[in-house]
Design a protein around this ligand. Sequence first.
Ligand code: ADP
Ligand code: MG
Length: 728
Amino acid sequence: MEDSQKPRIGLDRLIGPRSVAVVGASEDVDKFGGRVIHYLMKHGYAGRLIPINPNRATIRGLPAYPAVSAAPEAPDVAILAVPAAQLETQVADCAAAGVGGCIVITGKLAEAGPEGAALEEKIVATARSAGMRILGPNCLGILNPVERAMLSSSLALDGGPFGAGGIGMVSQSGALMGTLFAFGSDHGARFSRCVSVGNQADVELVEVLEHLVADEATRSICLYVEGVKHPRRFHQALRDARAADKPVFIVKVGRSEAGVRAARSHTASLAGSYAAFEAICRDAGAVLMEDTGAMVLAADAAIRLPRLPRAGMGVAPIASSGGSTAVFADLMPGAGLRLAELSAETRAVLGGFMPESHVALPLDTGSFHSGQNEAAMETCIRAFMADPDVGAVAFPMTTQPFMAQRAAVLPALCREGRKPLIYVMSAGSIGDAARERLREADFPYYDRVSDALAVLRALEAEAAGRARRMRPDVVRPSFAPPPQPSPASQERESSLPCKRSAAGEGWGGGPNHLTEHETKSLLSTYGIPVTRERLAHTIADALAAARDIGFPVVLKGVSRAVVHKSDLGLVRLDIRDEAALRDAYRAIEAAVDRHAPGTLDGVLVQEMARGEVEAFLGATHDAGFGPMVLAGIGGVLVEALHDVRMAPAPITADDARALFKSLKLAPLLHGLRGRPPADLDAAVEALVRLSWLAADLGPRLVELDVNPLILRRVGEGAIAVDARATLA
Ligand code: ADP
Ligand code: MG
């Protein structure tokens, strides 16, 4: 597309056009074109509306024209909901007429097969050569309440009226955009602009995201993502949103294989690796969520409620039902939330209303002394809001007298306290009067505890994202000078020209796989401590090496055909003397003969390391998002529990620390059952250095893992005892 012209209009006018032509306009609201014009008029579009229909002189009282090129002016936008067969002609007509951009609702293009893809390419080429933008195809258009430009055939527009608000949305699914718009609106959420990008043939998701980040009306952003076309640019846009203090809430499909397949057949876009996506979201301070409805509720809460003062604070549930508060409190840890620890001041206030023994979270106002009522509840909430450990108050209300009156006091308490108050009304339509009070006060509410928890969790993640410094200090560590010609590096040459093993498959196969010994040499050039070791080819060699290194030692059979050495009996630990070494050496030879005959490339003699905790470090290169590092804790448990976290490389020490601390098994670091705490700093240092290795090697590194890095007690460092790598 060398002959692309400068676009005739910017995204601002594509999203908020001054004039709109509806191609295929009709009086019949059962037709796409009929619905589009109906909705535009119904929702008060104030720009010029131009129906295009060759068979009618007027539509809905407006003069109609046979073609866009026959209209008296070239509109900013033409909406095309025409059959695929007419698309090429219509787009060409719009391009010739000087239209700024086409919103192509027509589907069955690239997502349907090669024929559709060819047609899609053609219309994009036509548009680009004229400087005309294309949104879609296979999209549901734009919902822009700020400018009352509802450029869509979505049935969500049967509802309304829709006031303007601050939630911007970009969706790769049109139907989902309409659904979320309707769902959110029912809950009092209000939107700035929602854009369905469909196949992204021209206008892409990231471009709209950048637009929303810059858009004054937009204060928080929802993204429904199937695949990202420009990963680095997307990552940067998320960071820019964070810097602009516009929280971004994202649902991305691709967590499951089935999700990936559905997305592929849906919009012909490739779903990237979910773990890498999650890593860059965390890096940029964006909030990745599971449920699309909760995503909209969270984006709304980020606007209509005060934000959490900071991450890591507790939650104070209060209600007049011991049951509902108990259930709420029980579900909190699963959502990564904890009960607040009330201060002495707060406890003193509560002690004025209830027996000392009942002063605890979750707070059941049913245990107030008799005679205490509304005023006492309000005083409790005020005390919570003032408590330094309370980040948010939760109010899971149940059926009770005066529900509406009780709800009515909450908005003011929340605003005055400047902390979120999460109100749950689970009682079906019985609670409508209470909901009505809250709607009048422009205050959000949730019908289900699960939604409330998802919102709280998202607000907590938002606060954590806000706290993230924007990587100002990713500083390359000064590398230790390349290691002295140690026993390890002297032996390196001998093993580098690889002997390929016929028995190899997967890891053990090709010349691009580095052995443990080779990988450790690479690690040590980045200053990551590795075991002293030497490759031996005879028992006499091994004995000499063990004497140099010092007993006790570890013996490992080296074979490119083997992925997990210990599974096959190739790892012999804690060898204390020469006799034991001879036995171990022979046992390794025998084990290799049994499992992969002829593949023994030597026996590695290495120092026996001791420590408190085994950590896992990994490095890889994501095709889209670039170099990544992984962290895990717990030796074999790492694999069994999939307890690893990923982050883009290079990484700061703070981020590396946060990564380790976010692991399920992080408590192991603190020293359980009388063990001394492990040297987390050393693990952090090693991960930072590995991240630079990953950044430096870029796509040349397929993967590298250090498993385990043994962490000694605090202050005593860490050491890589096993490692392997694959280069491209
Ligand atoms: P693999 O992962 O291929 O089975 P490793 O070299 O990781 O083989 O060895 C298996 C386990 O043995 C390690 O996870 C670690 O617990 C222990 N180990 C290996 N090498 C050493 C060493 N040099 N010092 C102490 N323990 C070791
Ligand atoms: Mg290992």
